[in-house]
Each structure stands twice: as structure tokens, then as C-alpha cells.
Write a protein that binds this ligand. Structure first.
Ligand code: BES
Ligand code: ZN
Ligand code: ZN
Length: 481
């Protein structure tokens, strides 16, 4: 769909349908008040009313704010996508809501149809937005254009992530994920270095090798980097790339195995962030490190009771092969720190079901040692449209990772606080000089859902991209102060 912001009043734009967002207060003021009342339209959030003869699609919003507008734009664009209309137009309302409007339309329009044999494309292809303010004055077109272009870039990166995560495990394996990263690098002028299983052995990355050992698709360590001239910061991003997580010998139940193609969402988010930052041309050097493996079962599978020596020398007692993500991240985090001396080190992982129990399915769990960093991130979450909450480390939970025969166990000895014990496990692979620069994001909840929410459809959401890009932008703004 082509989304264009036009520097002219709404009335002068040619389109089949006008989308009008209404709060209940504004409802009384519309000329279609009587018709809408007959149709039972009360301007409730996401309530739609199409007056075909009038050429207007009304969509209710609770408030004229970012979140309401983004969700309403998604609802409106989805209904038009299912219609036979070809074009629509809307008004922008306020400058500060521009990003929400672009995201609502572009993220809302997205659907994943790659495996449908009868894939009929929607006739709805054009959406124009008038740069007309609420008081009918026209907003500063240049300012709007910058926000629109940037929001489009970010939204496209989110949709890119969604499609990768939605792709089935037969089509994305660790080696093919490496090729996808290579392709992104070629297209966006990035460098890409791929470590195959032999290179992983040379690097003594025994944890990721153990996790991937039972699969015919061998593990890969993928390093993509965007290196602008004179960067103001250097940031390393690490992603969990389990192209499938069957649980291994600690096999998942049939119902909890379904959907585990999403266990590569952290890795895909990292690719999406590098894509967005390189296209926005931000003066930040960004390194993406992806630990890609497939957690499967065969006669050579790694086992509960095995002891693995990770890249940084730490020995790990395996007590559950389904806690594989932290093993892959252990080596990948160690490798990232060996390769790049970064100002910040963030990791993204669909790491624990426990994080969903703790925070619900929509919120990313954020863990780390730096209160300052957590505070910064909390502040930018809402404007970015994503939900973030901090889960605190503590010394008592740390003890639950104690192992009698190795340095640490890969699972906690009590069934509670699993998101935090997983985060504290990762802490064992963070060098002392990086402790305050590291943040772990458990995206197990919001990365994938079989029920649509906010601007997200069935399946992958592309979570992680928007809050990280927003945080990087504020980092650059702080520099200017
Ligand atoms: N990939 C899963 C975590 C997950 C669960 C993501 C549900 C999304 C939805 C991870 O590898 C895993 O299996 N974790 C275990 C850890 C346990 C064995 C300590 C879990 O959460 O049950
Ligand atoms: Zn698992
Ligand atoms: Zn997993």
C-alpha cells in the first residue's frame, strides 16, 4: 500500500473514501450525527461505521492521543483492506501524532500470506493523508515529511521482522538465516561475517554447538555491522536465533511446541534494528550478533546431565535442554564482547515462558544492572508504542542457579522467578567492564500472538525494533544538549 502525506487540505484530495476519526465528544459536532446515531455508532474505540453514500468511514477513538489513534488507524485500514475500495484519505490532526498514524496504517495493513495458495491481493492500494491540522491550518510540511519518512522506514523494518519470524522452520534454518543476513548486508551496505560450525569450534563456543548438535542444520554465528563515518556511539545487539525450539530431549508438549518458529524473534529484531538504523543513517555504529541454532532431537542430542564449557570458560550443568536460549546467548554474548568494545550491549530473546507469567503477553521484560539505563528505556517505551517493564535481579534468586558439579546450572532450582533467573544466568557471561552497559530484553510475551492486539495481526509482531530505534534517537538528542 502506498501511504502519502500531502501538503494540501483534505477536501482537495481525490479518493474514494474519507476516514474520519471521532471521539464521543466530537461525534455531536459532525454533520452525519443523525445517520451515525441510527447506525448505533457511539465513537467507541475501534468502532467502525461506513456511510458508503457519503463516502465516509467513521472510526471511534477514545482520546485524540497516540495509542488510540494508532489502534484506530489499524482498525480502519484493515477494514478497507478487506473492501473493494481502492483509495482513501484521512486528516493528520496533530503533528505529535504523525508517527502513530503512519505506524497504525502501515503496521495495521500488514498480513502474512506467503503460504496461502489462493492469495488474492487487496484492491485497496492508496492512502493519502492531508497535512491539515485540527483547526484546518496546514502543518509545517517539511517537519511532517521528516517524521513520515522516518516512521515509514521503522514500520517497514518492523514488517520485515514480522515476515522473517512468521516464516516456517523448514524455510529458515541457521544457515539460511545467515544468508538472509548476508542479503540484508549486501542491500544496505553493511558488513557481514558468518561463523559456521567449524569456526564455532575454533572459537570454543561449545554451548551453541551443543544446542544445535541434534539438528541437520548446523548452528551459525552471524555478525552484521553498520559502520557510519565518525559514529557518536558503538552499540552491540545480540539476538537469540532459535530457528526452531522443540525443547530437545526435555521435549516440549505438543501444544507448547506449536509456534516455536517464533524462537528466532530476538535474532530477527536485531536484523530489523540494524536495517532501520542503517536506512535512517543515524551516526551510531551498530553491531548485530546472532546465535542461530535449531534445538532438535536425535541420537547425538545434548542431554540433561551434560556439562558444557562456554566460550568464556564457565562450565554449565545442563538440567533442562529446553533452557537452550541462554546457552546460545552465553556464547554469543561472550563472542560479541570479544569482537567489539561497545558503549552498550543489548540482548533480545524469547527466553522464558515465565516472563509472560510475570508481565502478561504484551510486555517486554527488561533486566540489567544499570538503573539509569532502565530509567531511560522506561521513559521512551510509551512514545515508541511498545511496553517495557523492569524485572529486578536479587541475590536470593541468583543462588538458585548453583550447581553441585559445574560453575552454574542452566535452570533455577525453584519453579518461580524464571525470567529473572534466566537473566541472572546471562549475567555470568557479561564482562565486569560491561555490566553497567548491558541490558537483557525478554520478548517471549509480545513477540508472537495468535490473537491480534494493538497494531499487530495474528503471528509475529516485530517487537523490539520500535523501542530500540526510539532509544537510539533519544541518545543522539541527549548528545546535542
Ligand atoms: N523458547 C522458550 C521460551 C518461550 C516459551 C518463548 C513460550 C515463547 C513462548 C525457551 O527456550 C524455553 O523453553 N524456556 C523454558 C525454560 C525452562 C525450561 C527453565 C520455559 O520457559 O519453560
Ligand atoms: Zn526452549
Ligand atoms: Zn527457546
Amino acid at each position: 500500500m502506498n501511504l502519502e502525506f500531502l501538503d494540501k487540505p483534505l477536501a482537495s484530495i481525490d479518493a474514494e473514501i474519507t476516514i474520519v476519526f471521532l471521539t464521543d465528544k466530537l461525534l455531536e459536532e459532525t454533520t452525519d450525527n443523525d445517520l451515525l446515531a441510527k447506525a448505533g455508532f457511539k465513537a467507541k474505540q475501534d468502532q467502525l461505521c461506513l456511510l458508503h453514500e457519503k463516502g465516509v468511514l467513521y472510526c471511534g477513538i477514545e482520546k485524540l492521543n497516540r495509542d488510540s489513534l494508532r489502534c484506530a488507524a489499524t482498525t480502519a485500514v484493515r477494514s478497507l483492506k478487506d473492501s473493494n475500495y481502492k483509495s482513501a484519505k484521512a486528516r493528520q490532526y496533530f503533528l505529535k501524532n504523525t508517527q502513530a498514524l503512519v505506524e497504525g496504517f502501515l503496521l495495521g495493513y500488514y498480513s502474512f500470506d506467503a503460504y496461502k495458495s489462493k492469495n488474492e491481493p487487496s484492491s485497496f492500494k492508496e492512502l493519502f493523508v492531508s497535512v491539515e491540522n485540527f483547526d484546518a491550518s496546514v502543518l509545517d510540511a517539511k517537519e511532517v515529511k521528516t517524521i513520515v519518512d522516518e516512521s515509514k522506514t521503522v514500520s517497514q523494518a518492523v514488517n520485515y521482522v514480522r515476515s522473517l519470524v512468521n516464516t516456517i522452520p523448514n524455510d529458515i534454518t541457521p544457515p539460511s538465516l545467515a544468508l538472509i543476513a548476508q542479503k540484508l548486508a549486501d542491500e544496505n551496505g553493511l558488513t557481514c561475517n558468518i561463523l559456521d560450525e567449524n569456526a564455532l569450534e575454533k572459537e570454543e563456543m561449545n554451548a551453541i554447538l551443543a544446542v544445535g548438535r541434534a539438528s541437520v542444520h548446523k548452528p551459525r554465528l552471524i555478525h552484521v555491522s553498520y559502520k557510519p563515518k565518525n559514529p557518536l556511539h558503538v552499540i552491540s545487539l545480540v539476538g537469540k536465533g532459535l530457528t526452531y525450539d522443540s525443547g530437545g530431549l526435555s521435549l516440549k508438549s505438543p501444544t507448547s511446541m506449536v509456534g516455536m518458529k517464533m524462537d528466532k524473534a530476538g535474532a530477527c529484531a536485531v536484523l530489523g534494528i540494524v536495517k532501520a538504523i542503517s536506512e535512517l543513517k543515524l551516526p551510531i555504529e551498530v553491531h548485530g550478533f546472532i546465535g542461530a541454532a535449531e534445538n532438535m532431537v536425535n541420537g547425538n542430542a545434548y542431554k540433561p546431565d551434560d556439562v558444557l564449557k562456554a566460550k568464556n570458560g564457565t562450565t554449565i550443568e545442563v538440567r533442562n535442554t529446553d533452557a537452550e536460549g541462554r546457552l546460545v546467548l552465553a556464547d554469543t554474548l561472550a563472542y560479541a564482547q570479544q569482537e567489539v568494545n561497545a558503549d552498550y550491549l543489548f540482548d533480545y530473546a524469547t527466553l522464558t515462558g515465565a516472563c509472560m507469567v510475570a508481565l502478561g503477553p504484551y510486555t517486554t521484560g527488561m533486566m540489567g544492572h544499570s538503573h539509569g539505563l532502565k530509567h531511560q528505556l522506561s521513559k521512551i517505551a510509551a512514545p515508541s508504542g511498545e511496553l517495557l517493564a523492569s524485572l529486578p535481579f536479587n541475590a536470593h534468586l541468583k543462588k538458585l542457579l548453583k550447581s553441585e558439579i559445574a560453575d552454574i546450572s542452566n535452570v533455577g532450582s525453584k519453579p518461580y522467578g524464571g525470567a529473572i533467573t534466566a537473566g541472572m544466568f546471562l549475567d555470568n557471561f557479561i564482562n565486569d567492564n560491561m555490566k553497567q552497559k548491558w541490558m537483557h530484553f525478554d520478548i517471549a510475551g509480545p513477540a508472537y500472538s495468535e490473537t491480534p492486539w494493538d497494531c499487530h495481526p495474528y503471528g509475529a509482531t516485530g517487537i523490539g525494533v520500535r523501542f530500540t530505534v526510539e532509544w537510539m534517537r533519544t541518545l543522539l538528542n541527549e548528545d546535542k544538549k
